[in-house]
Design a protein around this ligand. Sequence first.
Ligand SMILES: [Fe+2]
Length: 336
Amino acid sequence: MIYPWFKPDTARNNEIIEIKKMISQKNLTMGNKVNELEKRLQKILKINPKKIYIFSDFNPTNINNQKNINFIKSLNYNIKTFISDVHLGSGTFQEREWDKFISWLNGDVDYHKEWIPNPGYLVIAGDAVDGIDSYPGQEADLSITDVWEQYAELSKSVNKIPHEIQTVIMPGNHDAVRLMEPQLPLPDKVIKNFGDNLTFTANPVLLDLAGVKTMCYHGKSLDDLVSLRDLSYDNPMGMMKELLKRRHLAPIYGAKTPLAPEKQDYLLIHDIPDIFVTGHVHSFGVEKYNGVLMINPGTWQSQTDYQKMMGFQPDPCRAVAVNLQTFETQVLDFNF
Ligand SMILES: [Fe+2]
């Protein structure tokens, strides 16, 4: 679901500033007093921390009043977990490790249980399935050759995720939506198979998850960035830095990133996010850059024949968890 953003209100903003001062006092870091203030804030802001707020449909701009909510970060929902590029339906999809990840989310695997995002959020940053016709001859590499069956299979495992975990699915270049960016959310015929704890967004999208500004972009433009000097597919952090520096998610025009001829540029980075996540390149990285936590969680697909030919080694079966209070991160490696 997409929630409308609230309008400015001077009286309310003044009260928010007052509560912000109270919260910023060192002796009010945690505990009942904070819970009381949190409830007061939620009442004022009409924010339900169990819901995911989307600043706008696929527009990372128009972020009014964002500062008003920054300071209620993470008072309730502590953990956010990121994965990307599941590629279900591919012959090289790591099904055993994926099933282990789903079991872990249910608390059934004895591995870093303190990082299970329950309650919390799970973000899937595109390429949830391998799709069809993504490249010539793909059919030979697929274990499921019908894209709708791929989504049906995905829904079977994703629907096992506990409902307390709010899950976001964004499309990528392998998904069944237009290739041109911004990409629209997955169609209704896919969405209807998933539970109420799933939120389907466009690509890119700027999310407010418990007050933490999270900019999600699948990352097709990294195919253009890689041609720049000193950048490579095994260094996604280097490429993400370049996007932040340029304040644009697809700064090279006329190369490999198809852009929709919209009246407005939806790929501009107007405001600096707290967290910036991409996928697409199938290589893993976590790094802080000028106060922005950059994450690329890698993939759930092992090396393909094409990647082997290109000498590229992917980083499969990892998730990145973030503590939304401290911004501490934990890499969760399901290759066991
Ligand atoms: Fe991918």
